[in-house]
Design a protein around this ligand. Structure first.
Ligand code: UD1
Ligand code: CA
Length: 461
């Protein structure tokens, strides 16, 4: 590109139609905030600088976009899209010979390819402004592109200001434009707010620009859907979800029922892995090949190796190595690290603990803040008592140890390699290697006692 390019993202609006306490640009599409979709695409164009206009719920939005090196510009009063651009005046004045691509924070699906085509046209045609338009089956809510009989652009009319005839126009304004910065700054001084909403419309600026103007109609109207309502948010999520699932299936992942499978952006899944219905997989998750995940499972930011099975379970920020089996009904919490061929089963909760190779915890356990060796058998109902009311304490269990059912391991405590703990023990002291530990009341059998008691009761009646 000869001219340098700026990007300006408008995201100060009030999100009235969302009926929310939050800014809509922070609402997520496939796990990623709407505005971050726009910013990722903006930066993929390698512009000179990216400015973001913020206003409503500004702190929340700033926090959401903190990974992007943007220039934050503040719109004090939310007087409309042209006023938002006016708030970026000092930013724009720094680049008088550049072009600026304007994007709306609530139009998240726009692609790099479409933007590249728009920008190329703009500079080839030497336009002062180029609008991206889209033909919509249902144009309700969008600004319409009004042309004369010859097809020349006249103006953009907002839905609220449109006549019945204008409402029938299906070519809509995407809210995406490229301007010559110099011409944009000039036109902004002429803008007025005598319209149905009493706002300063950026769409009016287009008609006030000196010099050539162009319109480029995208062949991909689904890329420019704007999100103003919860309904539109859900519809866009559905669209993106379908695309994500299709891409995964194309790459060899088996999804039994794509309609009930919810996979965020930035999830990697290896081939021949099968995803069962009602499974949710969040951004930042990696799953290997030949796995079986679900049904009814949440995988939240986990690293999962090959040949892993997870059924009816919740796994959060866990590392699950090759050959591991999880569930049904397990809960892996952050820091759970299950090494090769580990088995964790019914109603077992694991937090911040390593279970080394081939260790099993199959029933009703809580394992927290513990380091557990290889081939350990954790009996049903084993609990690490890690919390003393003040601190979280650690439990160590050596390789090949056998922890009898219903053992309470009162941390800090360590159980040596090959040690055996009798069922029902409360272990408060370290257990040496290869020892047997019994920490429970000795059993007493009183012969005939039960029978005598019964007879006494009979007699009393
Ligand atoms: C806008 C366009 C409309 C277009 C549609 C495409 C105008 C006047 N209308 O309408 O032609 O078809 O987008 O989706 O531009 N914003 C600010 N400050 C403000 C007002 C809005 O930063 O004072 C931001 C919002 O956060 C939002 C964007 O600008 O990201 C668009 O605002 P919105 O109110 O949603 O405009 P629409 O009515 O959708
Ligand atoms: Ca909008």
């Amino acid at each position: 590109m000869e001219n340098s390019l700026l990007v300006l993202v408008l995201a100060a609006g009030e999100s009235k139609r969302m009926k929310s306490n939050h800014s809509k640009v922070c609402m997520k599409i496939a796990g990623k905030p709407m505005i971050n979709w726009v910013l990722s695409t903006s930066f993929s164009l390698e512009p000179e600088s990216v400015g973001v206009v913020l206003g409503h719920k500004m702190e929340e939005v700033e926090e959401t976009i903190k990974e992007f090196p943007v220039k934050v510009l503040v719109q004090r009063k939310l007087l409309g899209t042209a006023d938002a651009v006016r708030s970026a005046r000092s930013f724009l004045e720094g680049f008088p010979n550049s072009d600026v691509l304007i994007l709306y924070g609530d139009v998240p699906l726009i692609s790099k390819d479409t933007l590249m085509t728009l920008i190329t046209r703009h500079s080839k045609e030497k336009n002062s402004v180029t609008i991206l338009s889209a033909r919509m089956d249902d144009p309700t809510g969008y600004g319409r592109i009004v042309k004369d009989e010859m097809g020349n652009f006249l103006r953009i009319v907002e839905e609220a200001d449109a006549t019945e005839e204008e409402k029938r126009i299906t070519e809509t304004n995407s809210g995406i434009y490229v301007f010559k910065v110099k011409e944009l700054l000039k036109a902004l001084t002429k803008i007025r707010n005598d319209n149905a909403q009493g706002e300063y419309y950026l769409t009016d600026v287009v008609s006030l620009i000196d010099g050539k103007m162009g319109i480029f109609e995208t062949s991909n109207p689904s890329e420019v859907v704007g999100i103003n309502t919860r309904l539109q948010l859900a519809m866009v999520n559905e669209l993106v979800r379908r695309e994500i699932n299709e891409k995964l299936m194309y790459n060899g992942v088996e999804i039994i029922d794509p309609k009930s499978t919810y996979i965020d952006v930035d999830v990697e899944i290896g081939k021949d892995t099968v995803i069962y219905p009602m499974t949710f997989i969040t951004s930042g998750t990696y799953i290997g090949e030949e796995c079986s995940i679900g049904p009814n499972t949440l995988i939240d930011k986990c690293k999962i190796g090959d040949n892993v099975q997870v059924r009816y379970s919740v796994c959060e920020s866990a590392t699950i190595s090759e050959g591991v089996s999880v569930g049904p009904f397990s809960h892996l919490r952050p820091g759970a690290d299950l090494r090769k061929d580990v088995k964790v089963g019914n109603f077992v909760e694991v937090k911040k603990s390593v279970l080394d190779e081939r260790t099993k915890a199959m029933h009703l356990s809580y394992l927290g803040d513990s380091t557990i060796g290889r081939e350990v058998n954790i009996g049903a109902g084993t609990i690490t008592c890690n919390y003393d009311g003040k601190r979280k304490n650690k439990t160590f269990i050596g390789d090949n140890a056998f922890i009898g059912s219903n053992t309470a391991l009162v941390a800090p405590v360590s159980v040596g390699k090959g040690a055996l703990i009798g069922a029902g023990s409360v272990i408060t002291k370290d257990v040496p290697e290869d020892a047997l530990a019994l920490g429970r009341a000795r059993q007493i059998n009183k012969l005939g006692w039960a029978k005598a008691k019964r007879e006494e009761e009979q007699h009393d009646r």
